[in-house]
Design a protein around this ligand. Structure first.
Ligand SMILES: Nc1ncnc2c1ncn2[C@@H]1O[C@H](COP(=O)(O)OP(=O)(O)OP(=O)(O)O)[C@@H](O)[C@H]1O
Ligand SMILES: [Mg+2]
Length: 258
């Protein structure tokens, strides 16, 4: 077991990042409430709360927006340390769920805010991360987040690929950008989502040529679809469903659980 375990889950749009994040958390919650765990929804689309059955009130983006309006008001601006005030607001946005904490990055409104939100998130995360043994981050699609270094503190990177050339290409680019930007990731895994059995072997060949380790495969599971359609939280999927069993094997492989 590796602690602190700080992992980002990235990949192309619709590849299964949010699904995998929710299922990995499920497998962790099945066996371990001891680890202090933080789940970060780093995708501005903020889909993870539904998958976890959480009601979100405010994202970091919302808070930063409120804060910007407040500090523009000269009556408010005097008399306190801005950064400490902002940090306090961010701590208030953490949801304490059963067995883990949750925070969503969201999106700042208006031009230019987005980078600011990221800068704030990166700084606060680095401070926050010292309070946790496990951090899982559901990233936005693509690779922008890496050049913005939202993944700076990550020691395990999990890239979800679907069986498409675009899925593989995104994973290749992620690898290149990690190198270009100089982020030090200890382990880089790919997870194949919805791979037909007869092409699994191809993922192994491709991964070893690129320098990824294959953490496993998430099978196409009709229950996942059913839960999505009816808005049922994925974290409540039965432990013996094929997707949860597969997620458990992936969690073991990446050393999230024993
Ligand atoms: N193994 C699977 N079996 C069945 N359905 C799946 C599977 N993986 C993902 N899905 C479905 O595919 C859709 C996309 O999955 P998901 O939202 O996890 O992808 P994502 O990478 O987070 O997408 P986005 O880039 O929009 O954040 C969802 O409707 C989900 O229910
Ligand atoms: Mg998602």
């Amino acid at each position: 077991m590796k602690r602190p375990f700080i992992a980002s889950i990235s990949g192309k749009g619709g590849s299964g990042k949010t699904t995998l994040t929710a299922l990995l958390l499920k497998t962790l919650m099945e066996v371990n409430y001891r680890d202090r765990t933080l789940i970060v929804d780093a995708d501005p689309a903020t889909n993870l709360p539904e998958a976890l059955g959480l009601t979100l009130h405010r994202t970091i983006g919302d808070i930063v927006e409120e804060f910007r309006h407040k500090v523009d008001d000269p009556r408010v601006a005097a008399g306190y340390r801005k950064d400490i005030y902002l940090e306090g607001l961010i701590y208030e946005a953490i949801i304490e769920a059963k067995g883990y904490d949750f925070i969503a990055m969201g999106r700042g409104e208006g031009e230019g805010c987005y980078c600011y939100v990221n800068a704030v998130l990166t700084r606060v995360l680095s401070k926050l991360s010292r309070n946790y043994d496990v951090i899982l981050m559901d990233m936005e699609a693509g690779l922008e987040h890496i050049s913005r270094r939202t993944d700076r503190h990550v020691n395990t990177m999990i890239v979800v690929v679907d069986p498409s050339i675009m899925g593989l290409k995104t994973a290749e680019r992620i690898k290149e950008v990690v190198k270009e930007v100089g982020i030090e990731v200890e382990e880089m895994y790919v997870v194949g989502n919805r791979f037909p059995k007869n092409v699994e072997e191809k993922l192994y060949n491709w991964a070893s040529s690129i320098g990824y380790e294959v953490a496993g495969f998430l099978p196409e599971d009709p229950l996942i679809q059913e839960y999505s359609v009816f808005g049922k939280p994925l974290i409540q999927m039965p432990s013996d469903s094929s997707a949860v069993k597969a997620a458990r094997a992936i969690a073991k492989k990446i050393k999230l659980i024993d």
